[in-house]
Design a protein around this ligand. Sequence first.
Ligand code: 4NP
Length: 162
Amino acid sequence: MAPTRVCFVCLGNICRSPTAEAVMRHRLQFHDLGVHVEVESAGTGDWHVGHPPDERAREEATRRGITMESVAQQFTEADFDRFDLILAMDSANLEALRRIAPSAEAASKVQMLREFDPLANGDLDVPDPYFGGSQGFVEVFDMVDRSVVGLLDHIGSTRANG
Ligand code: 4NP
């Protein structure tokens, strides 16, 4: 069975989606799905293309024993073919992705990451921490980590049911 290809998408690809990518890669190291899931992240904007993750995101990841190694890239129309699941961090990212989706099938690959957060309680946005303080990065990390656990369960059951 082909690997499930996942892309996390935020605005700049230096804070939220690279955190999700790093958390997912970390958890996959200890998970049955290990080699069956491929992970990337991207931004809907191009301002930070080629940049490493934000230092504050890297610091929070390091505090939790996780290294972030991604390089920012922009999500483009052609990427809809490269992924099976495209996880938006907030509703603006979701709208931006839907706008550039070349087909209904492509658009149907896009979901909100926090649909997999058991504590989301109706609020599906991972708030943008870029213009705030370090506490925002702690909250982002917690939300993303809970969501990634739920996402792994989802991918596991989807693959098991064909
Ligand atoms: P991200 O955060 O979308 O989580 O990577 C942001 C990074 C940069 C900007 C906005 C959000 N910016 O405006 O440059």
